[in-house]
Design a protein around this ligand. Structure first.
Ligand SMILES: NC(=O)c1ccc[n+]([C@@H]2O[C@H](COP(=O)([O-])OP(=O)(O)OC[C@H]3O[C@@H](n4cnc5c(N)ncnc54)[C@H](O)[C@@H]3O)[C@@H](O)[C@H]2O)c1
Ligand SMILES: N[C@H](CO)Cc1c[nH]c[nH+]1
Ligand SMILES: [Zn+2]
Length: 427
């Protein structure tokens, strides 16, 4: 793992996603599915997932779900059920209610919260299957009260045909009733524009690879999206007190997701920097997904040396990582200085996978610096707000002149007259 001074590392401010070729490929898929519907959906599924389907076989059947229960082990069921409870409890705390404020003059102002009607959740499954992402997508939507939740996931994982049974069981446990075996940019386009087999949705949530991320960005506007949650990232901010083995293990936990995942250690300690770099090499060689992790560490991994933890915090805020671990003597002391990070893990026992799987906070988190302005998936993603305005006659008469002044200032006489007509007719 390369060790360098932080200032030598390109701290990106501009949010660039993927290569121009990847973007072009994603845009082409989106345009073709929009124009041709199921035909393009099935064609790209055959091309990129190596699975030949027909329109009738896109939807997952009840029999498949029942068969999937026969393939998963009891320990998984116990763990996923407990994780689901934790995720639900955490997200229930986020729920907001409608409010109305009645003023003395009879004016009533308020905000009405309504769940979105139909949302699409993307569950990644190309290189590895992510049953945990089912919970992270579906449960906040349920807490918000979304009546129609439709899940899409690739029809093959790791080159093996068929949806991973653990994904199907997690979806059934979470209560998903509508599931389709499609992945990648083609699935995103189908959800956004609809095809003969898949009715369009109002919003698409969920993480995915670069093609999924680029397609989500392309369909934004036709539908809403959560954030761009692309290849995983971890930054570990550590001082001499950190255990190099823990830091290395946590870096690799994200590197193994994707060749484009990024794992970065920031430290003022040269000794720790060298120990972690060596430990990464040692642990990497025993990881089953070492091919992926190797590429990620070589291309996007780094150990960044800083003069002080203060400078380290500055670098963290510039990177705005998806996940930040603080492995210092007193992590709480640094917390107040962290401006940009999707999820913050404090201390040696809050290893990143605690959040990925179990604690309750959402693991679908903005990546590639977008934590500067966006948040992990949450209940608000599935709610929309309508403003409520009621003015009594007294309130309109008391404020009409001011409203007309502002309207005429903007050159909008029609606006002014809509008020004036009432003041004149009824005074
Ligand atoms: N940020 C988060 O919250 C979060 C959470 C979980 C996973 N992730 C990330 O999700 C990603 C999962 O990626 P994955 O690939 O395993 O699964 P995926 O489901 O995102 O992507 C697989 C799909 O990509 C399409 N595809 C593959 N190669 C293609 C190509 N050359 N051109 C066009 N389309 C192509 C295929 O159709 C396939 O269905 C990883 O990057 C992981 O880091 C992020
Ligand atoms: N770390 C991923 C988000 O970047 C989420 C995940 C799912 N399963 C394991 N990890
Ligand atoms: Zn993870």
């Amino acid at each position: 793992m390369r060790i360098m001074r932080a200032e030598q590392f390109g701290l990106k401010r501009e949010v660039e996603y993927g290569t121009p070729e990847q973007n072009e490929a994603a845009l082409r898929i989106v345009a073709d599915v929009k124009a041709e519907g199921d035909a393009a959906l099935l064609r790209y599924t055959e091309q990129h997932d190596r699975v030949k389907l027909d329109a009738a076989s896109l939807r997952v059947t009840q029999q498949e779900i029942e068969a999937a229960y026969g393939q998963v082990d009891a320990a998984f069921l116990t763990a996923i059920r407990e994780a689901a409870v934790n995720v639900r409890v955490f997200h229930e705390k986020q729920m907001r209610t409608s409010w109305m404020d009645l003023q003395q003059d009879g004016t009533l102002l308020g905000q009405i919260m309504r769940p979105l009607k139909r949302v699409g959740v993307y569950v990644p499954g190309g290189k590895a299957a992510y049953p945990s992402s089912v919970l992270m997508n579906v449960i906040p939507a349920q807490v918000a009260g979304v009546p129609e939740i439709v899940m899409v996931t690739p029809p093959a994982t790791g080159g093996k045909e068929g949806i991973d049974p653990y994904i199907l069981v997690a979806a059934a446990e979470a209560g998903v009733k509508e599931m389709y075996r499609v992945g990648g940019a083609q699935a995103i386009a189908a959800l956004a524009y609809g095809t003969a087999s898949i009715a369009p949705v109002d919003k698409i949530c969920g993480p995915g690879n670069i093609y999924v991320a680029l397609a989500k960005r392309a369909v934004f506007g036709a539908v809403d999206i959560d954030s761009i949650a692309g290849p995983s990232e971890i930054v570990v901010l550590a001082d001499d007190s950190a255990d190099p083995a823990y830091a290395a293990a946590d870096l690799l936990s994200q590197a193994e997701h994707d060749e484009m995942a990024s794992a970065i250690l920031i430290t003022p300690s040269k000794q720790l920097a060298e120990a972690v770099a060596a430990e990464v090499e040692r642990q990497l060689s025993t990881l089953p997904r070492q091919d992926i992790a190797r590429k990620s560490i070589d291309s996007y991994g780094a150990v960044l040396l800083v003069d002080s933890l203060d400078e380290g915090i500055d670098v963290v805020n510039q990177l705005a990582p998806e996940h930040l671990e603080i492995l210092t003597v007193d992590p709480m002391r640094l917390l107040g200085f962290i401006q940009n990070a999707g999820a913050i893990f404090l201390g040696p026992y809050s290893s990143e996978p605690v959040g990925d799987y179990f604690a309750g906070p959402n693991h679908i988190i903005p990546t590639n610096g977008t934590a500067r302005f966006s948040s992990p998936v949450n209940v608000d993603d599935f709610l929309k707000k309508s403003s409520l305005i009621y003015y009594s006659k007294e309130a309109l008469f008391a404020n009409g002149e001011k409203i007309m002044t502002l309207a005429r200032h903007e050159g909008l006489e029609g606006h002014a007259r809509a008020i004036e007509i009432r003041l004149e007719k009824e005074s």
